[in-house]
Design a binder for this molecule. Structure first.
Ligand SMILES: [Zn+2]
Ligand SMILES: [Zn+2]
Ligand SMILES: [Zn+2]
Ligand SMILES: [Zn+2]
Ligand SMILES: [Zn+2]
Ligand SMILES: [Zn+2]
Ligand SMILES: [Zn+2]
Length: 234
C-alpha cells in the first residue's frame, strides 16, 4: 500500500500549451493528461501500473489496486484484503509514527506491515527487527507474529536444561506480554512460560513470597538476611 502524492493545481497542456486547472482532459484540445486522475486530490498520473485509487475513508489517493485493499474504519486506513478477517483493530492504527524509524505511517509511501497485535510498522523495520531477533511489538510488547513453534522449541530446551538444586524451589511472578495474565511460575534461566497461553514473552514482575536463600542475590536488603549470615565488608 502506498500513497500517491498530489501535485500542482494548475497544469499546462503539453500539446496546445493552454494553462488550466488540473483535469483529466485538456479543456482546449481534449488531450488526455493522465490515465489516472483523481478529481478530489487533483492528482493525475500516466503510470497506472501502480494501481492508484482514491479512498474516501482515508481522504487520499492510494496505490496498490482498489480490488486488493479495503478500508477499515476503526483503524482509519486501507489494508490488504489478506488482513480483512485476520487483523486486530487498533483505533487509528496508521495514524502514528513507526516505532522504529519515526515516520508518519498513514501517508508513507513505503510498505507497511501489521503486527499480530494490530500495531503497524514499516515492513523494512519489521524485517530488521526479525534479523536482530526482536519478536515483540515495540509499542505494546506483544508477540509480533505467531511464535508457537518457537515456544515449543523453548519447551524442549527448558526440559533439557534442569536448573541447579538451589533454584528448584525459586518461584517468580511474571506478567505475560501476550495475554496480560499474572502468574507465579518456577524460575528458569532460559525463560518463564505463561501457564495461560504458553508464551515465553513474559517479564518478571516481583519475587514471590517464600523465596529461598538466593533472594539476597536479587534483593541485597540486609533485613532479609538470616542472622549469622550477614555479609562482611572486609
Ligand atoms: Zn490541450
Ligand atoms: Zn484522490
Ligand atoms: Zn482507506
Ligand atoms: Zn481494523
Ligand atoms: Zn519504520
Ligand atoms: Zn503492538
Ligand atoms: Zn499468557
Amino acid at each position: 500500500m502506498g500513497w500517491a502524492m498530489p501535485m500542482a493545481t494548475i497544469v499546462i497542456c503539453s500539446l496546445c500549451s493552454k494553462e488550466q486547472d488540473v483535469q483529466q482532459n485538456c479543456s482546449n484540445c481534449g488531450a488526455c493528461m493522465g490515465k489516472y486522475f483523481c478529481e478530489i486530490c487533483k492528482f493525475f498520473d500516466d503510470d497506472i501500473s501502480k494501481g492508484q485509487y482514491h479512498c474516501d475513508g482515508c481522504g487520499i489517493c492510494r496505490t496498490g489496486g482498489v480490488d486488493n485493499f479495503f478500508h477499515c474504519d476503526t483503524c482509519g486506513c486501507c489494508y490488504s484484503n489478506v488482513l480483512k478477517d485476520s487483523h486486530r483493530c487498533v483505533e487509528r492504527a496508521m495514524h502514528h509514527n513507526c516505532p522504529v524509524r519515526f515516520e508518519y505511517l498513514f501517508d508513507s509511501t513505503k510498505d507497511i506491515s501489521v503486527l499480530q497485535c494490530g500495531h503497524t510498522i514499516h515492513l523494512e523495520c519489521m524485517n530488521e527487527m526479525r534479523a536482530h531477533h526482536h519478536f515483540s511489538c515495540p509499542v505494546c510488547s506483544r508477540s509480533a507474529c505467531d511464535m508457537s513453534a518457537t515456544w515449543r522449541k523453548l519447551d524442549e530446551e527448558v526440559a533439557a536444561t534442569p536448573m541447579p538444586d538451589i533454584y528448584q524451589k525459586k518461584m517468580v511472578w511474571i506478567l505475560c506480554n501476550d495475554c496480560s495474565a499474572t502468574s507465579s511460575v518456577r524460575f528458569h534461566v532460559l525463560g518463564q512460560k505463561c501457564p495461560g497461553c504458553s508464551s515465553y514473552n513474559t517479564r518478571e514482575t516481583r519475587a514471590a513470597g517464600r523465596v529461598p536463600q538466593d533472594v539476597r542475590r536479587t534483593r541485597p536488603s540486609r533485613k532479609l538476611q538470616p542472622p549469622g549470615e550477614m555479609p562482611s565488608n572486609d
